[in-house]
Design a protein around this ligand. Structure first.
Ligand SMILES: Cc1cc2nc3c(=O)[nH]c(=O)nc-3n(C[C@H](O)[C@H](O)[C@H](O)COP(=O)(O)OP(=O)(O)OC[C@H]3O[C@@H](n4cnc5c(N)ncnc54)[C@H](O)[C@@H]3O)c2cc1C
Ligand SMILES: *[C@@H]1O[C@H](CO)[C@@H](O)[C@H](O)[C@H]1NC(C)=O
Ligand SMILES: *[C@@H]1O[C@H](CO)[C@@H](O)[C@H](O)[C@H]1NC(C)=O
Ligand SMILES: *[C@@H]1O[C@H](CO)[C@@H](O)[C@H](O)[C@H]1NC(C)=O
Ligand SMILES: *[C@@H]1O[C@H](CO)[C@@H](O)[C@H](O)[C@H]1NC(C)=O
Ligand SMILES: *[C@@H]1O[C@H](CO)[C@@H](O)[C@H](O)[C@H]1NC(C)=O
Ligand SMILES: *[C@@H]1O[C@H](CO)[C@@H](O)[C@H](O)[C@H]1NC(C)=O
Length: 541
């Protein structure tokens, strides 16, 4: 062989090793897969959020590798891809998109990180688009006073002030978080992947201890002080999940503290899921709701779907993935399932986005002259224990107020000669904010009868743009040890049970990938020695 040829052979070899090592072990013979000429497996995926897009994306990769012909169809009742990951534009200007739902993910979120890289999306560090004008970046407000403020916004760790104030608690918390994350990331690897029961794999990984206890119990059992838990950790469970430590379980509490490498995709995280769907070559049907799934006696499914206001259509599939909370899907399944996923309580979260020329009012926050931190998180005041109450917001009345960015308003909003940038704010609250509340947060006069008025009743000179959205954002994460079935019936799969374990874009993606793995094993009728394809070498934080 000439040197060039041997180099080429080597290159081909390396490329093959690279492409196949991602999926299977050397002992998994290059598969023959299905006989050529077999009709493609018809797969319906209901939902184009993180879970459904990931199911399609990984299923396409695995099926191609195993040479199984598949025809993927995604049904999404919204007019857009992304589900709870979606943006809206300030001033309706596409130059200023802001996240209305899921806003950040972190470096151990392998699926999201890998996909963003693969699709050439730009990542920005969380908080980097903030105005950065105030001395303090983060403040934790208890409804009366700031119990803690910090000038750096990106990390809770390595901050002298934190260690000075809370002693060993931050270090203990970080170690506990690292231990928890290192267990969690094993879900991406054999022998755990793909898992047919989340309840079992949680026990195998020792994560059931964290899910069985409330955050408060879990932290106390691990020697973390009540002051640090209430002032810092609870501020984080409240901004991320709208719940206190006496309710939310220990595992989700740890997720709230796993903030290393927090980023977002420039112009919208939903682009990851759009990229996944494009790459999956699925037929994507937007504005199309699945209304019923009939399990036929020959094992196929007749899926009824309605596009806009047209009359229902029916299509036949071999497999169906339900990739959104079942209780909100409106899908009737016949004959009935042996076990229907339980209805679980979801947080009702009001997200209020708006722009204003005004800064946050020091007076509202009982400050004299100092500026208000750009991100205001909240906690309960010392001595107030609301236990596991769902209406646990306490005296602050809101979960968080963040200053997201500064933007140039369109000409009609500018005060005559001096063009002034406006601030963009995001409020998370359990109730719709009143005009009175908003006016006092901005330090402007409230209009008459403001107790009953809302944001649209405030003058344009104070609120130049706004957008309100009520989400069922995530479950109340009560302590539990069992999680919904992943296989609801033969060839009928469900991704959203993972939300009671951890509710994030990445975990929905993981479950989409997991279901894809289970489907492949099911079709092949054997276990596959999946190799790890995520960068698990870097999991030691
Ligand atoms: C305000 C907010 C902030 C958040 N912050 C973060 C964050 O910072 N980081 C993070 O990782 N996570 C965050 N989350 C959580 C995250 O958004 C979700 O965990 C994740 O996006 C869920 O993805 P999913 O695909 O499982 O569900 P969804 O995104 O809800 O997708 C399900 C899809 O199914 C569709 N669907 C349902 N039924 C039908 C039907 N019958 N027919 C057709 N289509 C149907 C729905 O329209 C929806 O698009 C946040 C959520 C909210 C609301
Ligand atoms: C895939 O299925 C859709 C309808 O479910 C059908 O219109 C399309 O022709 C199929 N594509 C292939 C390649 O079989
Ligand atoms: C959108 O914002 C950009 C950046 O400030 C600006 O250049 C552009 O004119 C705006 N577009 C509209 C339609 O206002
Ligand atoms: C990423 O950022 C670069 C530099 O700002 C830009 O040229 C490029 O278009 C961006 N890519 C995407 C996908 O937004
Ligand atoms: C969609 O996927 C194809 C490959 O399947 C790729 O060539 C193309 O660039 C992708 N388009 C976008 C917009 O990502
Ligand atoms: C399975 O049953 C469905 C519904 O009765 C029918 O439309 C379909 O043709 C059947 N498929 C096979 C392979 O028998
Ligand atoms: C608010 O509106 C209700 C009816 O919509 C009315 O009965 C009530 O008096 C109003 N309260 C105030 C403070 O204006």
């Amino acid at each position: 062989m000439s040197p060039t040829n041997s180099f080429r052979a080597w290159l081909v070899h390396i490329l093959l090793v690279f492409s196949t090592a991602l999926l299977a072990d050397a002992d998994d013979q290059v598969p023959l897969g299905m006989a050529s000429g077999t009709a493609p497996r018809r797969v319906a995926i209901v939902g184009a959020g993180a879970g459904g897009s990931s199911a399609a994306y990984y299923l396409r990769q695995y099926a191609d590798y195993f040479r199984i012909p598949v025809n993927l169809t995604v049904f999404e009742r919204n007019p857009y891809v992304g589900g709870r990951s979606t943006t809206v534009n300030v001033f309706d200007n596409a130059s200023y998109p802001v996240e209305l739902g899921a806003s950040i993910f972190v470096e151990v979120n392998y699926n999201l990180m890998d996909a963003a890289k693969k699709f050439g999306l730009n990542l920005t560090g969380a908080g980097q688009s903030r105005p950065n004008e105030a001395e303090e970046m983060i403040g934790i407000w208890d409804g009366e006073r700031f119990v803690y403020t910090q000038s750096e916004s990106l990390s809770w760790w390595n901050i002298a002030k934190l260690l000075w104030r809370y002693g060993l608690a931050p270090i203990r918390t970080r170690n506990l978080m690292k231990d928890t994350v290192n267990r969690f990331v094993k879900l991406y690897q054999r022998p755990y992947f793909p898992f047919s029961s989340l309840s079992s794999v949680a026990v195998e990984l020792g994560l059931n201890k964290a899910t069985a206890a409330t955050g408060a119990e879990f932290l106390e059992a691990n020697g973390i002080s009540a002051a640090f838990s209430r002032e810092i950790i609870q501020a984080s469970t409240r901004v991320n999940y709208g719940q206190n430590l006496a309710l939310i379980h220990g595992l989700e509490t740890m997720v709230c503290m796993a903030t290393d490498g927090a980023v977002f995709v420039e112009n919208g995280n939903w682009q990851i899921f759009a990229g996944m769907l494009n790459s999956s070559q699925a037929n994507v049907n937007l504005n199309t709701a699945v209304t019923s799934i009939k399990r036929n006696s020959n094992g196929t499914f007749t899926v009824s779907h309605v596009h806009d206001n047209h009359s229902p259509e029916q299509s036949l599939f071999d497999d169906v993935v339900i990739a959104g909370p079942f209780q909100e899907s409106g899908i009737a399944i016949s004959p009935p399932l042996d076990h229907v996923p339980d209805t679980i309580p979801y947080v009702t979260l009001h997200v209020t986005l708006f722009s204003s020329p005004h800064r946050l009012s020091p007076r509202f926050f009982n400050l004299e002259d100092t500026e208000v931190p750009e991100t205001v998180l909240t906690t309960l005041p010392q001595g107030l224990d609301l236990g596991p109450r769902e209406d646990g917001v306490g005296p602050s009345g809101f979960w968080s107020i963040s200053t997201l960015a500064k933007v140039q308003p369109p000409a009609e909003h500018e005060a005559s000669d001096t063009p002034q940038e406006h601030y963009v704010y995001k409020i998370f609250s359990p109730e719709r904010p009143t005009a009175e509340f908003l006016a006092s947060v901005l330090g402007v006069d409230a209009p008459q009868g403001a107790g009953n008025l809302t944001i649209g009743d405030l003058p344009k000179q104070d609120i130049s743009w706004f957008y309100e959205k009520t989400w069922h954002s995530y479950p109340y994460l009560y302590p539990r040890q069992t999680f919904e079935q992943i296989s609801l019936a033969s060839n009928l799969w469900y991704t959203s049970g993972i939300e009671s374990f951890i509710s994030t874009m990445e975990t929905s993606s993981l479950m989409g990938m997991n279901v894809a793995g289970l489907m492949i094993e099911n079709w092949l009728g054997r276990h596959v020695e999946w190799n790890r394809w995520t960068k698990t070498d870097s999991t030691e934080l």
